[in-house]
Design a protein around this ligand. Structure first.
Ligand SMILES: *Cc1c(COP(=O)(O)O)cnc(C)c1O
Length: 441
């Protein structure tokens, strides 16, 4: 009898302790405070030992590109064979990060160059990228902004953020603001609220997007408090960054569900990474897990030319093969757009298999995912209707009242338009320009 009582007592105490531990484990601030930043700790936790030589090389890597991983994300590693684990590869330094390839660039996307105000990249006509944080819960080894990771000088001050908001306010064509970083959800709820409030007051800002890897690397960040803040605004979208089906844990699913229940549309941006997810079956499994949790696969990125990423990069052919394995083979909305973010600031360029095989004046020849070759006959009487951009006189009934009247287009769409005279896009400083006689040019 006595024994039974003491055993029960023992159990109660144990449950008490494990409840407390669990509470800590699920506290995002505890996770951040206890993030793992040294090789020694990783060795102990995963029970592996690197050779002295390798350890030194890893140490050198960390000095250039710091290591920081949440206990949560580290716990997803399969300790049977940690070094070939997709989670391990995304969070633990690889000595190859220090071997620069001749095409590596520190800012391949020209983000610092296309920047009207510090912290803002304004590349596309109607949307901007706004860096509001320079820290992340986990330092992805494949980060395209590796140059800024842990850089004390790039922590945006409140003053700098105000300048960014001012820029948005004074730039009426910006209808879409993408909050990025670092991870915007590293900011406190109050600070985030402060930024969101100011942005949402701007009449021309139609949507605010948050890019965050929290649902993957620290799902406990999606607290009720955060949801309360995000729910105050009715135009917020969130894009996250799952790269491998193994990352979709119970905790991640709960975080996604909370965001979903708050009515926030969710998207996912994956990066194609060698030895992590460069496999059609893995990618298919991933997009299925995403859609089952109401996350729409948005982009699949070709890995950028940032410094120290050569060992992660794949051939573009691998990406196209993956797209070939998705389109038609699974739900259309599970298929992301595969893009190459053009070095030098050209922006995202979609790349995909060719489906349009040939065409004549009245037919196109297409092929489907099964290899069926088919034809689509075009209407005989579809005449070109010259568009003069006088929309009020057009039968398509676009109501242009209260809309800007100086509608303009750029790029290839300008070449296609009737209302612009441009017939070519020509690079500046062609050699032949220099050869031409001045009197005839
Ligand atoms: C990716 C990106 C955007 C957003 O592009 P979408 O195709 O609209 O998602 C905007 N600005 C910059 C600088 C970007 O890199």
């Amino acid at each position: 009898m006595q024994e039974t009582i003491s055993m029960t007592q023992d159990r109660i105490n144990k449950e008490d302790i494990s409840d407390k531990l669990l509470e800590k484990w699920r506290d995002w601030r505890w996770q951040l405070k206890n993030s793992i930043t040294t090789v020694d700790t990783v060795e102990k936790i995963l029970d592996i030992t690197f050779s002295e030589k390798k350890k030194q090389a890893i140490q050198n890597t960390i000095e250039k590109f710091p290591l920081s991983v949440t206990p949560y994300y580290l716990s997803l590693i399969d300790t049977e064979d940690p070094e070939s684990d997709p989670v391990f590869k995304q969070c633990f330094p690889d000595v190859r990060e220090l071997s620069l390839s001749n095409c590596d660039m520190s800012d391949p996307l020209h983000e610092d160059g296309d920047s009207p105000v510090e912290g803002i990249t304004h590349r596309y006509p109607d949307r901007i990228l706004f860096h509001i944080s320079n820290v992340c819960a986990m330092y992805c080894r494949h980060c395209t902004r590796k140059r800024k990771v842990g850089d004390q000088d790039s922590i945006p001050s409140k003053d700098q953020i105000l300048k960014g908001i001012e820029y948005v306010k004074n730039t009426p064509q910006v209808r879409d603001v993408l909050l990025s970083g670092g991870d915007p959800l590293m900011l406190s709820d109050d600070y985030l609220d402060w930024i969101l409030e100011r942005l949402s007051e701007i009449p021309h800002v139609e949507i605010i997007r948050i890019g965050s890897r929290m649902p993957v690397v620290l799902p406990y960040r999606i607290t009720d408090g955060l949801i309360e803040v995000l729910s105050k605004y009715d135009n917020i979208w969130l894009n996250t960054h799952f790269n491998h089906p193994r990352e979709m844990t119970g905790s991640s699913k709960k975080a996604l569900k909370k965001l979903n229940n708050a009515g926030i549309p969710l998207g996912n941006q994956s990066v194609l990474l060698r030895d992590v997810n460069d496999c059609p079956r893995i990618m298919k499994r991933l997009v299925h897990k995403l859609t089952a949790n109401k996350v729409r696969p948005y982009y699949l990125y070709q890995c950028d030319l940032s410094e120290g990423l050569e060992h992660f990069r794949t051939n573009v052919g691998k990406g196209i093969e993956i797209m070939e394995n998705l389109r038609g083979h699974t739900s259309g909305f599970a298929v992301p757009t595969y893009v190459i973010d053009a070095p030098g600031g050209g922006g995202k360029i979609p790349v995909m298999p060719n489906y349009l095989i040939s065409w004549s004046t009245n037919k196109v020849v297409l092929r489907n995912y099964e290899g069926v070759i088919t034809t689509y006959k075009m209407p005989d009487d579809y005449n070109h209707y010259e568009c003069d951009l006088e929309c009020d006189d057009c039968n398509l009934q676009l109501n242009t009242e209260n809309q800007e009247s100086d509608y303009k287009t750029i790029g290839i769409s300008k070449l296609l338009s009737d209302y612009e005279d441009e017939i070519t896009l020509t690079p500046e400083n062609l050699d032949r320009d220099a050869r031409n006689r001045e009197d005839v040019s």
